[in-house]
Design a protein around this ligand. Sequence first.
Ligand SMILES: [Zn+2]
Length: 179
Amino acid sequence: MKKYRETHKEEIKGYNQKNKEKKRLQHKAWTKENPDYYKEYEKTPKRKEYLKKYRQENKEMLREKNKEYERKPKRKEYHKEYYQENIEKYKKLNKEWEKNNKDKRVSYVNQSHRKHPEKLKARRMAQYKIPFKSACEICGDTNNLQRHHWNYDKPLMVNTLCSFCHNVQHQKNIPLLTI
Ligand SMILES: [Zn+2]
């Protein structure tokens, strides 16, 4: 059998190519009829081990792929909706984290300023020239207001956001609302 495969390599390749769509549909139908097969298969230790290794070896590629995926309009819409539905929950969690990690937070800010002096410069410029609006432009909160830079090369292009919405904007880099 192995020998046959080797001597007829090109033929097999051509056959597979020709029947690709047919095979795909057959496979799809089969999977539909046997929904548990792959679920169980994904749980086997061998498969788990393989996936773990694959993820480790392709970290960068997968990260890029995920970023691309998250930028799709449908995903953006999903994030926006999810965020707005759960905004109170996230705010509470965030407040708790900040309360318990005061030192960490200060050191993050300092680290960021050391690494990106242009951010500090932009922040200072905006501080003097652009007054806060009365409320967060995403959620309407009036506490913990901050200036959000969309682009540090344009230090005066800022919006007023509360600390929570500001964090979300930077972490996910997903425009939640077009202001
Ligand atoms: Zn907000």
